[in-house]
Design a binder for this molecule. Structure first.
Ligand SMILES: O=C(O)[C@H]1O[C@H](OP(=O)(O)OP(=O)(O)OC[C@H]2O[C@@H](n3ccc(=O)[nH]c3=O)[C@H](O)[C@@H]2O)[C@H](O)[C@@H](O)[C@H]1O
Length: 432
């Protein structure tokens, strides 16, 4: 092994012209020692700095969230997957539903199964909100014969394996990081699910043979700061107010690319504030209900100059009808083996209710249904990604999908409250 003293000194660097040879060697060694000590200290500092800065950069929420992929494979597992995806009606579809343990995913999966389609669910059961609610939805679906594989949409190996086992005719892609306000807390989770995850799904869909047709969830939030109402699919979507909206808008661009290059049949559905039984506890109607029952005050956002904040709240059963109609009218993808062989269908539809309701009216309806007066805390609309109002023009979906929402907010919330009280009990047990 070479000793540090055995290294020849850098020519000229420590040259001591009039010094004796041994002194020159001593100086040279000291210089090298100093140099290497310096390098060593710098490396330690770099290591410490990197680890502390990277741990502070990783959002705690991302590490908190479970994105694990449980083990899969084996003959028993494959048998369950096949049984769940088995078509039981004439001309039925076989659909892979991503985000099947989610709110809309559960309702869509159950509806597909009811009419005899083959349905396989995929969900990562992350803890963005109480995972026990997702497990309860899973139990509900398992009772109807829908199996949910536990895994992440970014797990391309798993996705390919599922397509090896079942030649899905359709993918209903609902897995996403939802929520407008949470995007400020955990931005990377939106990129992970709504952009990288979408690309993983489309990468696998484009390379399998036959390619499935894909219907996926975009969002009303793509209309961002637009002021022209009602929102039409032809309107601009280039001024998102939240990162959530920006990732959904990016998804629409990504869908265009995969349709253009690979001939994938793609339909994006812009959902407008979907609510109903088995809903999402992060949404206002849900946590307002919980907090009114608990006697806690609820923050009600108000636009500048006492302006009304309103949403085109859409009942989940109406959304489900729109999703099924989109699947039924989806044309086949045209590519095979990753190559396009002709133009493929590319669609985008608003699925809303066409009657915006102010948030304060939503609270009044809840008060009547719960028979409890809410403690209203009216506050300025924070700059957190929320937009002032949404209002869907649904004439395109009406014409092409036969979409016709039939549930008003009063009726829909009545069904939600009935479910809430039976699920959580009269305030004894409550949503987290
Ligand atoms: O259509 C969509 O694409 C999106 O719909 C939903 O977003 P939003 O329409 O923002 O619903 P939601 O949070 O229930 O707030 C409802 C109203 O309550 C107001 N609001 C909210 C919180 C609060 O504390 N106070 C308040 O007044 C708030 O200002 C708003 O006016 C989905 O969450 C989202 O994932 C996406 O799918």
């Amino acid at each position: 092994m070479m000793h540090i003293d055995d290294n020849p000194s850098t020519p000229g660097k420590f040259k001591m012209e009039k010094s004796p040879y041994h002194r020159q060697r001593l100086y040279s060694s000291l210089a090298k020692l100093t140099f290497w000590s310096f390098v060593f200290i710098v490396l330690i500092f770099m290591f410490l700095f990197r680890s502390s800065s990277s741990s502070s950069k990783v959002p705690s929420d991302l590490s908190r969230r479970s994105l694990r992929t449980s083990s899969y494979g084996g003959p028993v597992w494959e048998k369950r997957v096949k049984a769940s995806a088995k078509i039981r009606s004439k001309n039925g579809l076989s659909v892979l539903v991503t985000g099947a343990a989610g709110f809309v995913g559960t309702h869509v999966s159950a509806a597909l199964k009811r009419r005899g389609d083959g349905v396989l669910g995929l969900d990562n059961f992350n803890d963005y909100y109480d995972p026990s609610l997702k497990r309860a939805r899973q139990a509900l679906l398992e009772r109807t014969g829908v199996h949910i594989v536990e895994g992440d949409i970014n797990d391309v190996t798993l996705l390919k394996k599922l397509f090896d086992i079942v030649a899905f005719t359709h993918v209903m892609h609902l897995a996403a990081q939802a929520g407008v306000r949470y995007a400020m807390e955990n931005p990377s989770s939106y990129v992970h699910s709504n952009i990288a995850g979408l690309v993983s799904v489309l990468e696998v869909c484009k390379s399998v043979n036959p390619q499935p047709a894909i219907v996926w969830a975009s969002s009303s939030s793509v209309y961002g700061l637009n002021t022209k109402v009602p929102f039409s699919e032809r309107d601009r979507t280039d001024q998102p107010a939240s990162l959530y909206a920006a990732t959904k808008k990016a998804g629409e661009g990504i869908a265009h690319t995969y349709n253009h290059i690979y001939g994938l049949s793609l339909t994006g559905l812009r959902f407008f504030t979907v609510y109903g039984p088995w809903g999402r506890p992060d949404m206002a109607y849900f946590f307002f209900t919980r907090d009114i029952l608990k006697g806690k005050s609820i923050p009600i956002f108000q636009a500048p100059n006492h302006g009304t904040v309103a949403r085109d709240f859409t009942y989940v059963d109406d959304i489900v009808k729109g999703c099924l109609a989109a699947l039924d009218t989806a044309e086949k993808s045209t590519g095979s083996g990753g190559k396009k062989s002709g133009p493929a269908q590319l669609r985008i539809y608003n699925l809303g209710n066409t009657s915006p309701v102010p948030v304060s009216d939503l609270v009044s309806i809840l008060e009547r249904l719960l028979k409890v007066k809410a403690k209203r805390l009216v506050m300025k609309l924070p700059r957190n990604g929320d937009v002032q109002f949404t209002h869907a023009n649904i004439s395109l979906a009406q014409r092409e999908l036969g979409y016709k929402p039939t549930t008003d907010l009063q009726t829909g919330l009545k069904k939600f409250v009935r479910w809430y009280l039976s699920y959580y009990g009269n305030g004894k047990k409550s949503a987290q």
